[in-house]
Design a protein. Structure first.
Length: 197
């Protein structure tokens, strides 16, 4: 799985863009520091905030002063884990994904970090910073899918992946699987369109 292959897929695929007045972005940081396989950087959110205790990518809502959605993702990563924007090489954008409230669109911004500086979690937002090797995420047996009803009684698949005492699920799991769909071999489990790569 090379960074060049991911960059090429992001540049040539059709990206799904959804209309929304509320915009948010997350940074999907791939660590490629030569110490082993590519790793995906994630956080666990603190208690007492939105999505408390959940595994997430650094991110949040767009501010009026943000230049664009990429700036939003990079700003949030700096605020949440002290990752400087100049250490991130942006590779491209994944599909917009509606948040659970269906009123906010989340744009995943994929970036590579080749020289990872010491990271510091924001005490107000981040309880833990950790990473998962991409080869581990490609193992189908590591994923569990459960059908969960929404407020209207419709059932939707939710995907879960356990790693080092943390559970990746929900929106962050969909983003991870969409990223994997762009790599050779595709996703370890089937995703519905439009999140199937």
């Amino acid at each position: 799985m090379s960074i060049d292959a991911i960059r090429a897929r992001l540049a040539t695929r059709k990206r799904y863009v959804w209309p929304s007045k509320k915009q948010a972005a997350v940074l999907v940081p791939l660590i490629d520091d030569g110490s082993g396989p590519l790793r995906l950087l994630l956080t666990r959110r603190t208690e007492g905030i939105n999505h408390a205790g959940q595994v997430a990518f650094p991110g949040g809502r767009a501010d009026p002063e943000d230049r664009d959605i990429v700036h939003t993702a990079l700003r949030e990563a700096r605020e949440e884990v002290a990752l400087p924007a100049e250490r991130v090489e942006v590779l491209g954008l994944l599909d917009d994904i509606p948040a659970k409230d269906m009123r906010t669109l989340v744009t995943p911004v994929v970036g590579v970090v080749r020289d990872l500086p010491p990271l510091r979690p924001s005490p107000a937002e981040v309880a833990r910073i950790f990473d998962i090797p991409l080869p581990a995420l490609r193992v189908a047996d590591g994923w569990v899918t459960k059908m969960r009803p929404d407020d209207k009684g419709r059932k939707w698949p939710l995907h879960y992946f356990d790693w080092d005492g943390e559970t990746l699920w929900g929106l962050s799991a969909y983003i991870t699987l969409q990223l994997l769909s762009l790599t050779p071999g595709g996703t370890p489990i089937r995703l519905p369109p439009p999140y199937d790569g």
